[in-house]
Ligand binder design. Structure first.
Ligand SMILES: Cc1ncc(COP(=O)(O)O)c(C=O)c1O
Length: 361
């Protein structure tokens, strides 16, 4: 018997969410962020479904090459840039774009001999303190890039990344914007600031290129809203089936450690999905799944391959019935919150053994 757990992927939802980006930021080009296997949705399939995107962002060279080798010809930006000289020739050879964020990369570039000018975005650190040059370093970086003769200066975009845009009350975003605007003044170059939270919540940050990830997959970047509040549709639905039913008696314990005790004589359903598939083990009480579209609570500890559900409100459920863990009808943001995680972790964490099926029509 094949495992019942499967991920359904909906390219139409992806395209709908992409149009939402266009509606929110109509004057910006869109760099669709598809790193980490398209946030678990499949990197190449996502790129193919998003033919209207102006370019794609990945984390590293391996991801960029996988995309190029699958026939994607658009701009591909490597957000973590490069590390060694040997990478630069491959980057030039495949017409990839790198993010330059650190002096060590500048030194590598100056000491290297790439076979063609490198396409490059410069990242500024405006307050996140993760990657990027300080604004005061930009003049020197710019002068050295020009002098090197190794950069396609037409390709340069100035970018920064927002640290707290998911909190619309946090003044840190406007502070970052101010620092960025001050740093780029006098450079007549395209600019890029906004991630999904920036696209949806901070129009003043849209600039020339937006870089949404999360919202494309139909997830809200804010902690106080769900995707549907922004007219976003879930691209991934995680499903499985009931593989057993138990008629338990009052006082009987469910699963490892017997952490959940039946308050009544009651039907318990066993679903073929567990933490070995990527379902979070650490969910809080009251986390639900949909059995045939009926919302029922998960009970006891999540095992590697299975979890148990309370079927008292849906006692006509049968072995083989359909179970939705998240996606259509049950927001992944809610499951993530119940597990003390963020939705990115859940979709990125789907295990290789879970079958992936593209929804058609
Ligand atoms: C530099 C950069 N830009 C954009 C994004 C997309 O962010 P989000 O998925 O929140 O839209 C990321 C994701 O981590 C990123 O690192």
């Amino acid at each position: 018997m094949t495992r019942a757990a499967q991920v359904m992927l909906d390219p139409q939802a992806l395209r709908h969410n992409f149009q939402r980006v266009r509606q929110c930021a109509p004057r910006s080009r869109v760099l669709a962020v598809i790193k980490d296997n398209g946030y678990g949705h499949g990197m190449v399939a996502t790129a193919r479904a998003l033919g209207e995107a102006d370019g794609f962002a990945v984390a590293c060279l391996e991801e960029a090459l996988a995309l190029r080798n699958s026939g994607i010809r658009k701009t591909i930006v490597m957000l973590s840039g490069y590390f060694g000289r040997e990478e630069l020739s491959v980057i030039a050879d495949h017409d990839l774009t790198v993010v330059l964020h650190h002096r060590s990369q500048l030194q590598v570039l100056e000491a290297s001999d790439p076979y063609a000018p490198i396409r490059l975005w410069i990242k500024l650190n405006t307050g996140m303190n993760r990657l990027g040059f300080r604004p005061a370093q930009l003049a020197e970086v710019w002068a050295r890039l020009r002098a090197s003769g190794k950069v396609n200066m037409e390709s340069v975009v100035l970018m920064t990344h927002l640290a707290s845009a998911d909190d619309r009350q946090d003044p840190a975003t406007l502070k970052q914007l101010e620092v960025f605007q001050g740093a780029v003044r006098g450079y007549d170059l395209p600019l890029s600031i906004a991630n999904s939270a920036g696209v949806l919540g901070w129009p003043q940050c849209h600039a020339d290129w937006v870089r949404p990830g999360l919202m494309l997959y139909g997830m809200s970047p804010f902690t106080d809203t769900l995707a549907a509040d922004h007219d976003l549709r879930p691209v991934m639905t995680l499903r499985s089936r009931l593989i057993a039913l138990q008629e338990c008696r009052s006082g009987e314990r469910i699963g490892y450690g017997g952490s959940w005790v039946c308050p009544d004589n009651m039907p318990v359903g066993i679903v073929a999905i567990g933490y070995g598939d990527g379902y979070p083990r650490g969910i809080g009480a009251g986390t639900t799944v949909l059995v045939n579209g009926h919302q029922v609570p998960v009970i006891g500890r999540v095992s590697m391959d299975m979890l148990a559900v309370d079927l008292r409100t849906h006692s006509d459920a049968r072995v083989g019935d359909d179970v939705t863990l998240w996606g259509r009808g049950l927001a992944v943001e809610q499951i993530a919150r119940a597990a003390g995680r963020i939705p990115y972790e859940l979709t990125c964490g789907i295990a290789a053994r879970v079958r992936r099926i593209e929804v058609r029509g």
